[in-house]
Design a protein around this ligand. Structure first.
Ligand SMILES: Cc1cc2nc3c(=O)[nH]c(=O)nc-3n(C[C@H](O)[C@H](O)[C@H](O)COP(=O)(O)OP(=O)(O)OC[C@H]3O[C@@H](n4cnc5c(N)ncnc54)[C@H](O)[C@@H]3O)c2cc1C
Length: 450
């Protein structure tokens, strides 16, 4: 039985690995000349520059488990402990996220009361959370509605907006609370209050001591590990699938100048691509897939001499939209992980784009650099421009899980389930993190083998 996996990002590679481990014949079809999708690590003049993701979240352990299975345990590295802390920009000053803050909810009262990030009224409103009414939760709601309801406007604008917006490149007014903060919804449902619930622990939390990990030589090590475990002849690069046709025994997949037959197909590509391929044979499914929206992400890495940039604190900072800047987050890459930059230099990464600023893609590289430096200079002391920089453009590569996302995905999965031999995987459906993608690829493969 041949299984074709379409898409050679982390989801497709994980699916192919699972199939190959199960003794199946796999053909992985990837449109570009490089496997890995948005996972990309560049080594330039002694710098280790991540073009896409830079870490694995330990809360989603599936990628870490896979790395261990691939013999990469020794390559996993923790963040630098000496530079810990996430900062939030507010009125052009950096404020440390108070200790004990679990994404949205304060758990360390003393540290919370000391922060200058919130006004006394904002703190008081948040502390009233246990007394806010619980009206039951049948329908999904936006992240903004949820936070506003439970914790008030200041936590929404100054904490939830930059943190969630920073991770998802999204707009909290539109993002789904059910898809993005399910544990907080669950806490509320069970305890009628987040704070009361948190005093008992987060449901499903596995209690890791480190929030995230990376690889000694960058995230591409995970891709290389997977490639090393797959038969090379089954990986076909520069093989973009243009059409799929169901046949009596499976499917025919068409490229520009080739045709491949497979009994089963796993689509590990963004949902809008899956929608395009399925429009002819399965128009209803294609219509549902086309309803999932995506936003862009534009990371820019810059290298400075140590004395040329001042004011760096912690691992980085995020920027609330109320600050009126186009940079959404800044990661101090060389402070976050060891061995990212040569001695005497600093590596920073600025994130632009996302919901509300797709126009940034219309600017040329130098305009984006200049804009980023201008905005960065309002927060940090920048005495000289970077001596090295790399810009990456990821248009429509971050899924924007809007209100109702989970319901839509259930409908999609139900339709897919009615088409024998067809499976879907990837960041479009059940989570955007690399861990989620690994899990979705491996699950699709297991389904295809059962
Ligand atoms: C800038 C950025 C930073 C991120 N940071 C983090 C992070 O720190 N930690 C984390 O956990 N997650 C992070 N994420 C999210 C995570 O990296 C992605 O969700 C995940 O890598 C997506 O993997 P994927 O395989 O589902 O999709 P992709 O990586 O998009 O791969 C899809 C592949 O399919 C191919 N393809 C598309 N259409 C076709 C076709 N018709 N035929 C053949 N091939 C096709 C594409 O060329 C691509 O290689 C980040 C994402 C971005 C963009």
């Amino acid at each position: 039985m041949t299984v074709a996996v379409v898409g050679g990002g982390i989801s497709g590679l994980s699916a192919a690995y699972e199939l190959s481990k199960g003794g199946r014949e796999v053909i992985l079809l990837e449109r570009s000349a490089r496997p890995g999708g948005v996972i990309l690590t560049d080594e330039v003049q002694g710098f280790l520059i991540e073009g896409g993701p830079d870490c694995l979240y330990t809360e989603k352990p599936w990628a870490i488990e896979l790395a261990k299975e691939l013999g990469l345990s020794q390559e996993l590295i923790p963040p630098r402990e000496d530079r810990r802390g996430t900062f939030i920009l507010w009125r052009r000053r950096l404020h440390r996220l108070p200790d004990g803050f679990l994404l949205l909810v304060p758990t360390d009262l003393r540290s919370f009361l000391r922060t200058g990030l919130l006004s006394p009224w904002g703190k008081m409103r948040a502390m009233l959370e246990p007394f806010m009414p619980f009206r039951g939760q049948r329908e999904d709601e936006s992240v903004a509605e949820f936070v506003l309801r439970r914790l008030g406007r200041e936590i929404l604008e100054r904490i939830a907006d930059p943190l969630i917006g920073g991770i998802y490149g999204g707009d909290p007014e539109k993002l789904s609370a059910e898809a993005i903060i399910p544990r907080f919804r669950e806490l509320e449902r069970r305890n009628r209050s987040l704070m009361r619930g948190l005093s008992k622990g987060i449901p499903g939390r596995r209690g890791p001591s480190l929030p995230f990990l990376s690889f000694r030589k960058g995230m591409y090590q995970l891709v290389e590990g997977l490639l090393g475990a797959l038969p090379a002849e089954g990986i076909l690069l520069e093989h973009g699938v243009e059409a799929i046709e169901p046949t009596k025994d499976g499917f025919l997949l068409y490229g520009s100048s080739w045709r491949i037959e497979a009994e089963k197909v796993i689509l590990a590509i963004p949902s809008y691509e899956a929608s395009r391929l399925l429009r002819g044979p399965f128009p209803d499914l294609s219509g549902l897939l086309s309803r999932i929206r995506f936003v862009s992400s534009v990371p820019l890495s810059m290298a400075f001499r140590e004395g040329d940039v001042g004011g760096i604190e912690g691992h980085g900072f995020v920027v609330p939209r109320k600050e009126g800047l186009r940079i959404r987050a800044v990661s101090f890459s060389s402070e976050k992980f060891p061995a990212r930059a040569p001695e005497g230099t600093v590596l920073l990464r600025v994130f632009l784009g996302g919901a509300g600023d797709e126009e940034v893609l219309e600017l040329d590289d130098r305009e984006i650099l200049e804009l980023s430096l201008r905005e960065l200079s309002t927060v940090l002391t920048v005495k000289a421009p970077p001596f090295l920089w790399r810009l990456y453009r990821w248009p429509m590569r971050m899924v924007h899980m809007a209100v109702g996302h989970k319901g839509l995905v259930s409908e999609i999965r139900a339709r897919v389930g009615k088409i024998p031999g067809l499976y879907i995987a990837g960041s479009s459906y059940d989570g955007i993190g690399i861990g989620d993608c690994v899990r979705s690829g491996r699950e699709a493969a297991r389904d295809a083998m059962s």
